[in-house]
Design a protein around this ligand. Sequence first.
Ligand code: NAP
Length: 311
Amino acid sequence: MSAPIVRRLALIGIGLIGSSLARAARKGGLAEKIVISTRSEETLRRAEELGLGDRYCLDAGEAVEDADLVIVSVPVGASGAVAKWIAPSLKPGAILTDAGSTKRSVIEQMAPHIPEGVHFIPGHPIAGTEQSGPDAGFAELFRNRWCILTPPEGTDPAAMAKLTAFWEACGSTVDTMDAEHHDLVLAIVSHLPHIIAYNIVGTADDLEAVTKSEVIKYSASGFRDFTRLAASDPTMWRDVCLYNKDAILEMLARFSEDLAALQRAIRWSDGEKLFDIFTRTREIRRSIVEAGQDTAVPNFGRDMAKADAGE
Ligand code: NAP
């Protein structure tokens, strides 16, 4: 355990991301005191039962009083309302950041409320699962994952260094970029794959000639891997689509063009073209494994012996 990086940490939102931050901060001794706030009494009570913090408040304004670091982890569409609520209680010199999956719209929503003297540094941990709520979090979620920060021009270097140190202590490597670029990159690596997954699982669910029980029975042939993404939180993904609309539409247009080319190659039995496309994409998988972003073990490391035993 290292010396605390901040004296008082306030976590607004205590779902998968907020509770993982609480656990990582607690485990690493990153804050002297952790104050937790969430919208509903039920979630707050659960956070308390899990012992995620030292203080629990329904009032987000009260939670950020005297905090050195405030991390907002709520669906991106709620960022503006949260910023408005906490702004009058933020102390001068505090660092305010977030974990939202889109950045430009979060900045547009939050920045107008932030008082002078508070360091607002938006962020996005590239780490997650398809689960949500305070029970879903775990301290290791951010380990060996990237965290992207999108500091506005003129951000105080000391505040930036402190926030970077915090994420590094959670196990992440920090990268910086501007918010527009973040939204474009994430549209292709995260938002589009989720939209495609939601769509394909929906299509299978609508099929009449193939029964639902067959879809489930034979899912290990590929379909199953889409269902993990398609099980992600509907509120979060609704907001991602609404608040990163431009970048997503741009990537969807490109995707549709490429899909049409693939469709044409299948229609004309252009085996050479299909082989070329499928060879190129195999290389990407190899690069992801080499970069330590996934396991090389077949079938994503699923333990088939255990699965067969129903464990
Ligand atoms: P989550 O598990 O669903 O938790 C959401 C939290 O936000 C809960 O504390 C919830 O409070 C609160 N909340 C929900 N709606 C709200 C509203 N309208 N106003 C105020 N608070 C509200 O979500 P999460 O997965 O931790 O995601 C949090 C943020 O991190 C999102 O912006 C998401 O885009 C981003 N993110 C998610 C992932 C991922 O894989 N899940 C990865 C990276 C970044 P109650 O339960 O009390 O209602």
